[in-house]
Write a protein that binds this ligand. Structure first.
Ligand code: HEC
Ligand code: HEC
Length: 495
């Protein structure tokens, strides 16, 4: 590419754009003068500050969740707002589902509460304790603090009959670190951090922290010697219904499994088992897109995280050894959660709105957004797409949304690897998380921890952990000036 061509295509500074035009004019005249001007232009470019940005916000981009599912509530309740243009029935479902989401389940039998059947082993007593205010959980503050919103998936090598990971023979597929009275919890986890130094291209140092996990107090014997484990933090939940209704064809159109366009970024769909359809289908939810839809995500969370049975999971999450060790266990009904209750929680999740963008016209946000595109963050965090037209919640249909995800798996390198496959996802692959609402996490949840295990202490560290297919994007970020890096962060904060 000639220098002139580059100048013509460069477009983030208004002053520079005008100069580029001037330069093009002289191109047809005198080469010498062109060179002289080019040098001058370079000097100006170096002085180009965010104030010079002549970029414009895209029409409607502040409506992150489209017309019906965008909220302008920027308080600590920002993730818990209901969408609009819903039927009366869906409005009622939202209220009932919200209550069930926040309910603290108790041990059966309970004389005062019908919502009993907790455990016998579990991670938390309500959905809301991990997704506090429908938001993002944080890792423990100190090594021995109990986990609260971080869970550990367990498996041994190999695949089950439906392509799923095979759980540890004694402990099953998830470590439950809490239990009801009289039943031992499975084990406890201690998290320590190792600190890794790094430097930006301009010489500014940074430090990243990598979690190191230690399991102790195993109550049912040893883990399998070849145990694989995957720590995962609870995500924020706005916009779930919209994500569920992105057409499969749209998601598959983002995939490029063999990298045929040679941009170093593949993008691969996960295919997972759907218990209601008895079939292998596209995965969408969870850090590895290991869940196909909200009903199964919810039923499995009730079962695995809280110990509540439903028609999708009729028995408690216990292995044969654990059943034998514990004998008769209290039961809160068969199943403990009715289909009506399950549906209400799902409807609640489906109709949660997304916070509107803040400051879309702010020049710094616009510069950050431009850099986000230039650094090719958008290859995975795809800004914009439309929902399908087949939802029975009419308000979810045909919405133009800005989720900043492709819902596909990407190899994120060794640094983030958990070395635990999950259906088609291998031990280095993660689903691109939607970035909408990410800038509101500090307001809602009072912290800024990010990534699948909460290791990143802020947005900057989340970017610096990118590797593998995202390695070039990370390097591009490291090579930007401090002003430009700050603009990228300001843009992310506006999401
Ligand atoms: C122990 C903490 C914990 C509890 C309790 C919990 N979750 Fe989660 N939730 C998580 C984690 C961790 C993930 C990511 C799981 C994964 O990647 O495998 C998740 C993922 C989700 C997702 C998918 C989010 C996304 O962006 O893909 C939904 C929806 C969800 N949970 C709903 C619920 C509901 C409903 C309940 C109550 C029945 C619940 N959760 C209870 C921790 C929890
Ligand atoms: C190859 C695909 C890909 C590219 C390119 C990419 N990302 Fe990501 N991004 C991911 C995946 C996958 C994760 C989740 C990784 C994890 O949790 O271990 C992620 C996580 C994040 C997170 C944290 C999200 C959360 O919910 O915790 C931020 C912020 C982010 N990316 C910003 C960026 C920026 C800025 C760029 C460009 C410099 C970028 N990403 C480029 C795939 C990508």
């Amino acid at each position: 590419m000639s220098a002139l061509h580059w100048v013509r295509n460069f477009n983030y500074c208004g002053r520079c754009q005008a100069l580029a035009k001037y330069l093009t004019f002289f191109n047809s005249q005198k080469m010498k003068r062109q060179l002289l001007l080019f040098t001058y232009l370079l000097t100006l470019l170096a002085a180009c500050t965010p104030d010079d940005v002549s970029l414009q916000a895209e029409e409607g981009e502040q409506y992150a969740g489209g017309e019906n599912f965008t909220t302008f509530d920027f308080s600590e309740n920002a993730f818990g707002v209901q969408g609009k243009n819903l039927s009366r029935e869906d409005e009622d479902f939202f209220v009932a589902g919200n209550a069930l989401f926040r309910t603290n389940w108790v041990t059966a039998p309970s004389s005062v509460q019908s919502l009993d059947g907790l455990g016998p082993i579990f991670n938390a007593i309500s959905c809301g304790s991990c997704h506090f205010k429908d938001g993002r959980a944080a890792p423990p503050e100190s090594p021995d603090e109990a986990l609260n919103g971080l869970l550990i998936r367990l498996s041994i090598p190999g695949k089950g009959p439906e392509g799923q990971p095979v759980g540890d023979l004694i402990y099953g597929g998830q470590l439950q670190d809490k239990s009801i009275l009289g039943v031992p919890a499975e084990a406890r986890v201690r998290i320590n951090y190792e600190y890794l130094p790094g430097t930006y291209a301009d010489g500014e140092p940074y430090s990243l922290r990598r979690p190191v996990y230690e399991f102790y107090d195993q109550q049912y014997g040893d883990f399998a010697p070849d145990l694989q484990f995957s720590p995962r933090i609870g995500q924020q939940l706005p916009g779930m219904g919209l994500l569920e209704h992105i057409p499969e064809s749209t998601i598959l159109s983002f995939a490029d499994e063999n990298d045929t366009n040679e941009d170093g970024i593949s993008g691969k769909p996960n295919y997972v088992w759907d218990k209601t359809r008895n079939a292998t289908v596209l995965g969408r939810f969870g850090w590895k897109a290991n869940q196909p839809n909200l009903i199964q995500q919810t039923a499995d969370a009730f079962n695995g995280d809280i110990g509540i049975t439903s028609s999708l999971n009729p028995s408690d999450h216990l292995t044969a050894q654990q059943r034998a060790a514990n004998g008769e266990i209290p039961n809160g009904g068969e199943p403990e959660l009715t289909d009506r209750q399950l549906e209400r929680v799902v409807r609640y999740l489906s109709t949660l709105a997304v916070p509107a963008r803040r400051g879309v016209d702010d020049p710094k946000v616009l510069l950050g957004k431009e850099l986000f595109t230039q650094m090719k963050c958008t290859s995975c965090h795809i800004p914009k797409m439309q929902t399908g037209s087949d939802s029975d919640i009419d308000a979810l249909n045909n919405q133009m949304i800005y989720p900043y995800t492709d819902l596909l798996l990407h190899d994120m390198g060794e640094g983030l690897a958990d070395h635990r496959p999950d259906f088609m996802a291998n031990g280095r692959e993660w689903r691109t998380p939607p970035l909408w609402g990410i800038g509101m996490i500090p307001t809602v949840n009072g912290h800024s921890y990010l990534l699948h295990d909460g290791r990143a202490r802020n947005l900057e560290e989340a970017i610096l952990w990118h590797g593998g297919e995202a390695g070039a994007a990370k390097t591009a970020f490291e090579e930007r000036s401090a002003v430009e890096r700050a603009a990228v962060i300001t843009f992310l904060e506006s999401l």
